[in-house]
Design a protein. Structure first.
Length: 129
């Protein structure tokens, strides 16, 4: 007696459930994500030099690693910066401010200082190395 083999039907895997899962993940990540509009800080090129090779009356602000600032070589606290910088900007609002950050100063600190300078009316900010 011969028994006929049972034919197995091969099922095809449907892609519909996979597509549904992908769309659900896409919707989830779109709803969870935050899209912040960041305000850009415009930073210009370094100032040109005059015939005698000096920079054009720029103010040098150095950001130290210990949290202190140095304005034209004089060490100051960040709270003193507005009082020390306003006289420079009162005479010439377009005066260049050269900002030099030490190598290990966090970027967040540099951006906070640049934002503070911009808030004081200093629009001509230049990062130097």
């Amino acid at each position: 007696m011969r028994i006929a083999p049972v034919l197995q039907r091969h099922r095809k895997l449907g892609l519909t459930p996979l597509v549904d899962v992908v769309f659900l993940l896409l919707i989830f990540f779109m709803l969870v994500s935050r899209f912040d509009v960041l305000e850009a800080i415009s930073i210009g090129p370094p100032p040109g030099t005059t015939d005698n090779g000096r920079a054009d009356d720029a103010v040098l602000l150095r950001i130290e690693t210990d949290g202190r600032l140095a304005l034209n070589g004089i060490s100051i606290d960040i709270k003193q910066l507005p009082a020390k910088l306003v006289p420079f900007l009162a005479h010439d609002p377009a005066r260049s401010i050269l900002v030099h950050a030490a190598d290990d100063v966090p970027l967040r600190r540099l951006v906070r200082v640049l934002d503070g300078l911009h808030g004081m009316g200093a629009d001509n900010l230049i990062l130097v190395e």
